[in-house]
Design a protein around this ligand. Structure first.
Ligand SMILES: *Cc1c(COP(=O)(O)O)cnc(C)c1O
Length: 393
């Protein structure tokens, strides 16, 4: 079984490039160039250097002693929360802005929901002195004021999406419209392991630095490269794709993907795409998607903005369909409690997205000698308001 993308741009039956004809030259040029560019020694050198000196990599692999005692198994945390800007997203935006430069692009566009990907994009545009336009739903602009301010400080223009539900999918539509109008000078930085081929594979490769580091770090600490399990939360699936990548074909490594159940999988307020989704097209690829009977995208819900996405990257849809990965859905309440446990036991306040991953320790039992690596995708500073309201702090 192959879990990587095939030469046609598919993971099993998922993936492909479903794009307006006007964008075909752009996406096709990227498809022809991306692997060549990523293999160039000068590209690798610049990417690695920036990950080291600007992002602060390698991120530590931390043995969580007190968490391990509580759950009677060996828990390691991959500390993506310690990256510059506070999450894994910057690994991808650094990679893509270097790609854009090599492709001769001078203008960057992005879509953002909660603003996290917008901030990561605005950050690298400031770093490279490139023009940056971020599309964001009008509703999201109102409820994510700190991230809007960050983007402005970083020199980006934030353009409101005024149509539809005025949230992420509408921002995505606006970004695609912009790209159609500016195909020559503009690169579209997609923020997760989604989009038309080759985006899911390109984003996964940039994020795969996570599992590349886990391998040598675990070898140093435990004398073996492969843990028994790797666990990550899934919104669109980029931190999970990076965490799983180098273990996909290592049969002895169990892969666990954690989705947001919101108020409960059957509550009508959920983002558990693997359970609730059906084959559909979103963001230019064929994948599992939450939709109505006549194919309209359903508005998802999760307490964590980063998991509040109605689809899942095509690689993950394939991992689900083939049974290679175990999918677990975690509710808002379970995630919030897990965030508190990690804070109290380890002195680490996690992003609520990441808290979803830890929450499985309550119900999914592991053996005492098993090594379970959790990707701590981001830090909780951005979520403090939500923690305050939830726990009445
Ligand atoms: C954006 C985000 C996620 C979800 O995005 P993926 O592409 O699924 O990784 C998870 N954790 C944090 C901290 C985020 O900011």
């Amino acid at each position: 079984m192959n879990y990587n993308v095939d030469e046609k741009g598919y993971y099993g039956e998922f993936g492909g490039a479903f794009i307006p004809e006007m964008l075909y030259p752009n996406v096709e040029n990227l498809r022809q160039q991306y692997l060549k560019i990523m293999a160039e020694p000068s590209f690798k050198k610049e990417f690695d250097q920036l990950l080291k000196d600007y992002v602060g990599r390698p991120s530590p692999l931390y043995f969580a002693k007190r968490l391990s005692e509580k759950y009677n198994t060996k828990v390691y945390l991959k500390r993506e929360d310690l990256n510059h800007t506070g999450a894994h997203k910057v690994n991808n935006t650094i990679g893509q802005i270097l790609m854009a430069k090599r492709l001769g692009k001078t203008r960057i566009i992005a879509e953002t929901g909660a603003g996290q990907h917008g901030v990561a994009t605005a950050t690298v545009c400031a770093l490279m002195g490139m023009e940056c336009i971020v599309y964001m739903g009008e509703i999201d602009i109102a409820r994510q004021a700190p991230n809007v301010a960050r983007m402005k400080m970083l020199g980006a223009k934030v353009r409101p999406a005024l149509s539809g539900s005025r949230t992420l999918k509408d921002a995505t539509n606006e970004a695609i419209r912009d790209w159609i109008n500016n195909p020559v000078d503009t690169h579209y930085i997609i923020g997760s392991a989604i989009g038309p081929h080759p985006y899911p594979d390109m984003v996964t490769r940039f994020q795969s630095v996570i599992s590349e580091e886990i391998k040598w770090q675990l070898k140093e600490k435990e004398g073996r490269e492969n843990p028994d399990y790797v666990v990550a939360c899934i919104g669109g699936g980029s931190n999970a794709a990076g965490t799983f990548y180098h273990f996909l074909h290592e049969k002895e490594v169990g892969i666990i993907a954690v989705e947001a159940a919101g108020l409960g999988v059957d509550s009508g307020e959920s983002a558990a795409t693997s359970v609730l989704g059906k084959m559909g097209i979103i963001h230019g690829c064929k994948t599992l998607l939450m939709q109505t009977a006549d194919g309209q995208i359903t508005e998802p819900y999760s307490i964590s903005a980063g998991l509040d996405y109605p689809g899942v990257g095509p690689m993950h849809a394939h991992l689900y369909k083939t049974g290679r990965a175990e999918f677990i859905a975690v509710t808002d309440d379970e995630a919030m409690q897990a965030g508190m446990v990690l804070s109290k036991l380890e002195g680490i306040i996690p992003a609520i997205e990441s808290s979803h991953a830890f929450a499985i320790l309550e119900t999914r039992k592991f053996r005492p000698e098993e090594i379970v690596v959790f990707n701590l995708s981001g830090r909780g500073d951005k979520d403090l308001d939500t923690y305050i309201k939830y726990f009445k702090l």
